[in-house]
Write a protein that binds this ligand. Structure first.
Ligand SMILES: NC(=O)c1ccc[n+]([C@@H]2O[C@H](COP(=O)([O-])OP(=O)(O)OC[C@H]3O[C@@H](n4cnc5c(N)ncnc54)[C@H](OP(=O)(O)O)[C@@H]3O)[C@@H](O)[C@H]2O)c1
Length: 263
């Protein structure tokens, strides 16, 4: 399913995206690896050892996608096609609503929502022409409910569900698949880079994340979800139960969420 295919992965310089690069390359795909960190991307490429020539590093800032159409056109001219687009890159937040200035809400939306949809919109016409492709976005369990200290993060991830459900409905007829990845707790540096109310990095590995699943396990679950063409790919352990509790027993969810240590 992945041999000789091309997968574009954002957030490829660390965490879940990095493990996905390895998983796709191992399965015979060529990878376009993106993030805003070229040395980080080159480190991931070098770690692919004898398969490193299958990785093309294409850095860009998800917060500024003004040149994205050109970047995608260049990749199409070089590689010829894009079979999978995995929008993994994103940033979290650790600040109460009253501590979060509006510019910071906008910054988190620029990266998590507008950056993701800008790349998706640039790639979509090529997939329509090919009459095939699979586009994935990365939400979060807090993209299914509100959560303390994550107002803009939760809202930006919830917005992705609306966009990607529409993408699926509109483009099924072109044989284009679409999925939303919903991670719970995965052991990455996401909390480290999460933005505080001053717009600086939180700089800590949260306790919950430290006990999360590995990025390798997360990548394996995502690959299985792609192979089964799942609309929603749940990535986590016991914490995923919260999704069902929120849906079927909202009163219980609010009691639990009130008690969860949120930093
Ligand atoms: N880990 C979890 O438990 C968890 C839970 C729910 C959802 N998620 C979601 O999973 C996705 C991957 O996160 P992760 O856990 O793997 O965290 P991570 O290790 O911090 O990786 C985040 C990736 O996003 C990239 N990124 C951030 N800001 C960017 C920007 N402005 N422009 C370009 N790239 C940017 C980073 O690259 P740079 O080095 O260039 O910044 C990095 O490659 C995110 O969308 C996150 O919201 C994770």
């Amino acid at each position: 399913m992945f041999i000789d295919k091309v997968a574009w992965i954002t957030g490829a310089s660390s965490g879940i995206g990095e493990s996905l690069v390895h998983e796709f390359v191992r399965r015979g795909a060529t990878v376009v690896a993106s993030s805003n960190d070229l040395p980080g991307l080159e480190r991931v490429k070098a770690a692919c050892a004898d398969k490193s020539s299958m990785v093309h590093c294409v850095p860009f800032d998800l917060a500024d996608t003004s040149g994205i159409d050109k970047i995608v056109e260049q990749q199409i001219n070089t590689i010829g096609r894009i079979d999978f687009l995995l929008n993994i890159g994103g940033i979290s937040q650790r600040a109460r609503i009253d501590e979060t200035p509006l510019w910071l809400d906008r910054k988190i939306f620029e990266i998590n929502y507008f950056g993701t949809i800008a790349l998706t919109k640039a790639v979509l016409p090529y997939m329509i022409r090919q009459q095939s492709g699979h586009i994935l976005a990365t939400s979060s369990i807090s993209g299914r409910f509100g959560f303390p200290l994550r107002s803009a993060y939760s809202a930006s991830k919830q917005a992705l569900h609306g966009f990607f459900e529409t993408l699926f409905l509109e483009n099924k007829r072109f044989n284009i698949r679409s999925s939303v990845i919903i991670p719970g707790r995965v052991r990455t540096s996401i909390s480290f880079h999460a933005l505080t109310g001053e717009g600086i990095e939180h700089g800590k590995l949260d306790e919950g994340l430290a006990n999360g699943i590995s990025t390798e396990k997360a990548a394996e679950i995502i690959i299985k979800g792609i192979m089964r063409n799942k609309r929603e790919i749940l990535v986590g352990r016991g914490e995923m139960l919260l999704l069902h509790i929120r849906r079927y027993f909202p009163w219980l969810f609010f009691r639990i969420a009130d008690k969860i240590k949120s930093t």
